[in-house]
Design a protein around this ligand. Structure first.
Ligand SMILES: Nc1ncnc2c1ncn2[C@@H]1O[C@H](COP(=O)(O)OP(=O)(O)OP(=O)(O)O)[C@@H](O)[C@H]1O
Ligand SMILES: [Mg+2]
Length: 408
């Protein structure tokens, strides 16, 4: 995979004597001490990261931790005091102003928390703003703006004015404006932070959906760890200008680097971080040809109330302990699992977030976790689903350790 954005030893000092501040930092002085004694502000200290093409890299941290400074350095709005920032092969920290303008125009779009829509221009004109700057003709501008509005679900509002749209819809226009120029890289600085929680969730889901087809390289800034964990392929947690941890959502939740990160992790919504794949135990199943007695024995061994039934490699359905034991007591000819098979069963993809399984699990049957070909990869027992959502940090590891055998 190709690295699209790369930062190496990036520092930003705000003030008159940045080199002095860096020397003090080298000597081990803290951000506070340097500020107190010299008035220099350490915006970003020693940032190092790679963003792979098509990935979402989230930078999360409290107010003042240096997130905006970092993202502004990525598109050259702020020059680093030292270090390298590569966009493909170009170092935006040191390339010529013309080269920087070209990179910005051709490759990068930025979406902000509070970006201004022009009140007297239509939604389509607002969405086309970046294209106008590029010098594109009116007809083509409109075409591209409409396509971008369509991507964010606002095609019908193209000829309305900003005042007719809700805050959430206006924020979508901001996203459409970013998408209209078809940038390779999207920089998003707290784009959803001003939205109501429900709308915010919707926008997050929509970004994930869009990203499945667009596959942009995105650097997304947030001060919300839930948002970071939901969106990020990788996440950097910033404190006082430094990265305290960089990793996947699961890595960060399972192994917070320090107390600062742990404190954030304590509040997260596990149902959105972990997926059906994480919660699934190994696929315990019997073949369709199995007898009721065989299936019952497997269930007793594994302590399960229900068991999936395979026809070769395909899922045929599920059988419950209750139905099987009733059948095993009955007529001899009807004691195969096939006779009590339930062919309607709850199923989810490996990447489905756990919170989407609540409804499925309410049937009481284990949820079948299937891969792209529809093969059974594991099951999520309703009880284990609720254990996953508890704040016990080790519950997800335990699920993997529950091994199960498949009988035929
Ligand atoms: N132009 C500037 N001049 C001096 N100091 C600055 C400037 N811009 C930012 N800073 C300082 O740099 C540090 C990082 O600020 P930055 O805006 O990057 O934080 P942030 O993480 O984006 O915060 P927020 O969540 O509030 O947006 C802060 O201490 C801030 O006061
Ligand atoms: Mg900021």
């Amino acid at each position: 995979m190709k690295t699209k954005v790369k930062a190496r030893a990036v520092y930003k000092v705000f003030g008159e004597a940045p080199q002095d501040a860096l020397k003090r930092l080298e000597r081990g002085e803290t951000k506070e001490k340097i500020l107190e004694e010299t008035g220099q502000v350490l915006g970003v200290q020693d940032a190092n990261f790679d963003v792979e093409e098509g990935h979402i890299f989230v930078v999360m941290g409290l107010s003042g931790s240096g997130k905006s400074t970092l993202v502004r350095m990525l598109n050259g709005l702020i020059k680093p005091t030292s270090g390298q920032i590569l966009i493909d092969e170009d170092d935006v920290a040191s390339c010529s102003p013309e080269r920087l303008r070209k990179i910005r125009r051709d490759k990068i779009a930025m979406v902000f928390q509070h970006f201004a829509l022009f009140p007297h221009r239509t939604i389509a004109e607002n969405a086309a703003y970046g294209l106008k700057i590029k010098g594109m003709g009116a007809a083509e501008r409109r075409k591209k703006a409409l396509a971008a509005l369509d991507q964010v679900g606002l095609a019908a509002w193209a000829d309305s004015y900003p005042s007719e749209l809700s805050g959430g819809m206006q924020q979508r226009v901001g996203l459409a404006r970013g998408l209209a120029t078809d940038p390779q890289i999207l920089l998003m600085d707290e784009p959803f932070s001003a939205l109501d929680p429900l709308i915010r969730r919707e926008m997050q889901d929509e970004l994930i959906k869009l990203q499945k087809t667009l596959k942009k390289t995105i650097v997304f800034i947030t001060h919300d760890l839930n948002e970071a964990l939901t969106l990020g392929d990788r996440i950097a947690i910033m404190k006082d200008g430094r990265f305290v941890q960089v990793g996947t959502a699961q890595e960060i939740v399972a192994n917070p680097a320090d107390e600062y990160v742990s404190a954030f992790v304590a509040d997260i919504d596990r149902g959105r971080v972990f997926t059906a794949g994480h919660a699934a135990t190994e696929p315990a199943a019997v073949q369709l040809s199995a007898t009721a007695e065989e299936a019952l024995r497997v269930m007793e061994e594994l302590n399960r109330n229900a068991l999936y039934v395979l026809d070769g490699e395909k899922i045929a359905g599920v059988v419950t302990y209750q139905d099987l034991s009733a059948s095993a007591r009955g007529d001899r000819d009807e004691t195969g699992v096939a006779s009590v098979l339930t062919t309607e069963y709850p199923r989810a993809a490996e990447e489905t977030p756990l919170h989407e399984l609540y409804g499925l699990a309410s049937s009481g049957l284990p949820v079948a976790v299937v891969n792209g070909e529809g093969r059974l990869k594991g099951v999520v027992e309703p009880e284990s689903l609720f254990a996953q959502l508890s704040t016990d940090e080790h519950s997800t590891d335990n699920a993997h350790n529950t091994s199960a055998k498949a009988a035929s």
